[in-house]
Design a protein around this ligand. Structure first.
Ligand SMILES: Cc1ncc(C[n+]2csc(CCOP(=O)(O)OP(=O)(O)O)c2C)c(N)n1
Ligand SMILES: [Mg+2]
Length: 342
């Protein structure tokens, strides 16, 4: 049973993530028009927003501690926020600033926060093997930490995911895989590329428990995730969960979604998990005034993080050569790569 305080926590995480992305959306568009120059403006590069996915991250991360590991894919903000990633440093990273989580070199798909064991990556299913590694480390060290790998429905046919399920099962590791099924992988509808409607059935082939939460109801997610995470923490092995979420936006900012039926876009907007959890709170006697207070607190936190990030310095060009595996030959670093004729 989810307590009313847990509902409050999830609501706060969800409204923080939604408002954060609404603000990023505005910042992202600055300077990009009229030709939609993706490299222009204060947030250069791609931006994948997760509006409509918040019930999944809030329900799962409710049960996690800082020493638990979470990996997320290219649509990471809601998960990072629910895991407790430092919002200021994360925002500075998204804005490419020197004080960002990765010194401004990674951008929004490469957020690493060792303080809360969070990582994400733009490579589909890439988070699964490291989550298995973290779970194996926890087991070998005899701790009760767990690992959670978030992935999209488009990642469930990837070798990295299937191999991770196998390794997790063979070694009985404390890891939970969470598929966020938003029915799409960019412009590809799930039913054209995947043989199962219910992705949690992938668990059957690896002799693991698999469960699907059929709606983006944070309470239902919290209940299913609570069981899976307790199972992992108690040394009883991995679980595969799938959560039906909704993509309220395009795949990335600037996606005109010409491939997507209008009715599907509308349906995603109607099914709002944030409205649903607000109703749950009201049915537990929480007044609208308190919901307003929670929202205002979340908005203030986000506004502070964004204004702080925008005041941060950009990295200097020389820093491009720091923290890389291979540096360029000395001459290239000093004369900008002009090898001349010699
Ligand atoms: C290994 C790999 N192949 C292809 C891509 C290009 N790509 C980026 S996002 C994406 C679709 C992902 O869909 P899904 O996993 O369902 O996540 P969603 O975007 O729907 O949240 C693809 C194919 C990639 N990043 N990595
Ligand atoms: Mg998807």
């Amino acid at each position: 049973m989810v307590s009313v305080n847990e509902l409050r926590t999830m609501y706060e995480q969800m409204v923080t993530a939604r408002y954060y992305e609404e603000q990023l959306q505005e910042e992202y568009l600055v300077g990009k028009q009229p030709a939609f120059d993706i490299s222009a403006g204060p947030i250069p590069g791609e931006l994948h927003l997760a509006a409509g996915h918040e019930a999944s991250s809030a329900g799962v991360c409710l049960h996690l501690r800082d020493d638990d590991t979470v990996t997320a894919p290219h649509r990471p903000h809601h998960v990072a926020i629910a895991k407790g990633v430092d919002l200021k440093k994360m925002t500075a990273e998204i804005f490419g600033r020197k004080t960002g989580l990765c010194r401004g070199k990674g951008g929004h798909m490469h957020l690493f926060d060792p303080d809360v064991n969070f990582a994400c990556s733009g490579i589909i299913a890439q988070g699964c093997p490291p989550a298995v590694g973290a779970a194996m480390a926890a087991k070998k060290r005899n701790t009760d930490s767990v690992a959670v790998a978030f992935l999209g429905d488009g990642a469930i046919d990837q070798g990295g995911f299937l191999e991770s399920l196998n390794l997790a099962s063979v070694h009985d590791l404390p890891v939970v895989f969470v598929i966020e099924d938003n029915d799409w992988a960019i412009s590809m509808p799930k039913d054209r590329v995947t043989d199962v409607e219910d992705g949690s059935r992938r668990a059957w082939g690896f002799d693991l428990p698999g469960e699907r939460v059929d709606s983006d109801d944070a309470v239902a997610v919290a209940e299913a995730a609570g069981k899976a995470i307790a199972r992992a923490r108690d040394g009883n092995g991995p679980t595969l969960l799938e959560v039906q979420v909704h993509r309220r936006m395009g795949h990335f900012m600037g996606d005109a979604e010409a491939y997507r039926p209008e009715a599907d876009i509308e349906r995603a907007k109607q099914l709002d998990s944030i409205e649903r959890i607000a109703d749950d709170l009201r049915s537990h006697g929480v007044e609208d005034d308190e919901l307003d207070e929670i929202r205002e607190r979340a908005h203030e936190r986000v506004d502070d993080a964004i204004s702080w990030a925008k005041e941060q310095p950009e990295p200097s060009p020389e820093e491009a050569y720091e923290n890389v595996f291979t540096n360029p030959p000395a001459k290239a670093a000093t004369d900008g790569g002009n090898q001349g004729g010699d």
